[in-house]
Design a protein around this ligand. Structure first.
Ligand code: FES
Ligand SMILES: [Fe+2]
Length: 462
């Protein structure tokens, strides 16, 4: 790929890097510098965060006209607002006068957003409604219509989960989720009522690169018996009973990767695997399963509904189902993220079960959760230890069971045997390299047309 020059923040230029130099999918390795290189990070802000669909909020957090929620896309502050007609719009949370934020609150309901610097006031639809002393100080007249809040190019909801995209040429959200949507429906549709998030999100800072938690959640079951053993014993989680024989995870699970880098690993029938024991939760899954089968058919009802999942939606949204946590890893530079954590519940759960599930999710993966702390230590170390002059020149490996993965007759995407593996991580880095190398969505489409070619072996099913 020829070097491309980009403007930097100081009037100079930076060279676009070729991400394929950093990721070797065929042999399963990544350069350690992908976790600290500031040039790559600049490229990510443009080509990953300003190009891909990013999770914003859940519709249930903004049910009424005027309800708003503030978040980030990459490092751009964003304001999401429920409109009078029930639709959802989102804008850059920046005043068009001098760039102050127009909304500092995390969420709420407002008729207008008034900048606290000079008082420009915007409607929930983004138009500039009022300017202090407009006629007195803007002597030549002032066109308020030219200074509306900048809207996101695209906002869409998938089963109530609201995503935004800054690139007007990106495919529709359902197409971007692609084959991953079929799996997500296992709980996002479920018995027909679907799922929602319980917020407001807990927030914390980790001194790590944003890709480390994404690749961890997308399929790293391998670390569970090592990183989390003490916490799991202390919590009395169900998986504590199989420690010493974690090959069981291998026997009862699978990993999935899809075209746009989304993926997950699932352990069938093992939903509350990491939770402190909640007998009602397991009973709930069994009550619901026939209803899910009716809605979605037997494969999703038996293999994925009530399974334990660890997954990621490219680039920076991750979740666990069974432990019911939903996370966004907001980048704050190459070496730091802000972690936002919601609890994930099914709408049909009885109120008391919802409370127990949220409590279990917070105790495990909330900001002060035991397993969250275990992971955070690894994620920070994997970033900071690669900054050293010598270490940064090395490579990491994700070459576990390289031959793993194939098309399956009953399931979309590429499916690998066993919940322990690195198929989904390789799929994540495959797409990361594609989207980082492409100049626009046309090139992303072309580059990912035959994305599954390496795994095209025919399948007999399992
Ligand atoms: S910066 Fe917002 S009114 Fe001046
Ligand atoms: Fe973990």
């Amino acid at each position: 790929m020829p070097a491309v020059l980009l403007p930097d923040h100081h009037g100079g230029t930076i060279v676009m890097l070729n991400p394929h130099d950093y990721v070797d999918i065929e042999n399963g390795s990544q350069a350690k510098s992908i976790f600290w290189d500031s040039g790559l990070y600049e490229q990510e802000l443009e080509r990953v965060f300003a190009r891909c669909w990013l999770f914003l909020t859940h519709e249930s957090a903004i049910p009424n006209a005027g309800d708003f929620f503030t978040t980030f896309m990459g490092q751009d502050a964003v304001l999401v607002v429920r409109q009078d007609d029930g639709s959802v719009k989102a804008f850059l949370n920046y005043c068009q006068h001098r760039g102050n934020k127009v909304c500092f609150a995390d969420s709420g309901n407002a008729k207008a957003f008034t900048c606290n610097y000079h008082g420009w006031s915007y409607g929930g639809d983004g138009r500039l409604a009022a300017v202090p002393l407009e006629h007195e100080v803007y002597l030549g007249g002032f066109d308020r219509t030219a200074h509306a809040l900048e809207p996101l190019a695209q906002v869409e909801s998938y089963r109530g989960f609201v995503f935004g995209c800054m690139d007007p040429d990106a495919p529709p959200l359902a197409e971007y989720l692609g084959e991953m949507g079929w799996y997500l429906d296992s709980f996002m549709v479920g018995d027909g009522q679907g799922a929602e998030l319980v917020g407001p999100p807990m927030k914390s800072i980790l001194r790590c690169n944003w890709k480390i938690p994404t690749e961890n959640f997308i399929g790293d079951g391998y670390h569970i018996p090592w990183t989390h053993v003490s916490s799991i014993m202390a919590l009395g989680s169900e998986i504590a009973t199989i420690f010493g024989d974690t090959t069981q995870l291998q026997k009862v699970g699978m990993q999935i990767t899809t075209r746009h880098g989304h993926g997950f690993a699932a352990a069938h029938g093992a939903g509350p695997l990491l939770m402190p024991s909640i007998p009602e939760y397991k009973a709930y899954f069994e009550t619901q399963r026939p209803k899910v089968a009716e809605m979605l058919g037997p494969v999703r009802a038996e293999k994925f509904y009530g399974a334990h999942w660890d997954g990621s939606i490219f680039p920076n949204c991750s979740f666990l189902y069974g432990t019911n946590t939903w996370k966004v890893w907001h980048p704050r530079g190459p070496n730091e993220i802000e972690v936002w954590t919601w609890s994930l519940v099914e709408k049909s759960m009885p109120a008391e079960l919802k409370r127990q599930v949220v409590d279990g999710a917070i105790r495990t993966f909330g900001t002060a959760g035991l397993l969250e702390s275990d992971d955070g230590e690894n994620m920070e170390s994997c970033t900071q230890s690669n900054v050293g002059w010598k270490a940064r020149r090395g490579r990491m490996v994700s070459n576990m069971a390289l031959s793993e993965g194939r098309r399956h007759p009953d399931m979309p995407g590429i499916v690998g045997d066993g919940a322990l593996g690195e198929l989904a991580q390789r799929g994540f880095y495959r797409f990361w390299a594609e989207v980082m190398a492409a100049r626009d969505w046309d090139e992303v489409r072309a580059g990912t047309q035959d994305w599954d070619a390496p795994w095209q072996r025919s399948a007999t099913g399992r």
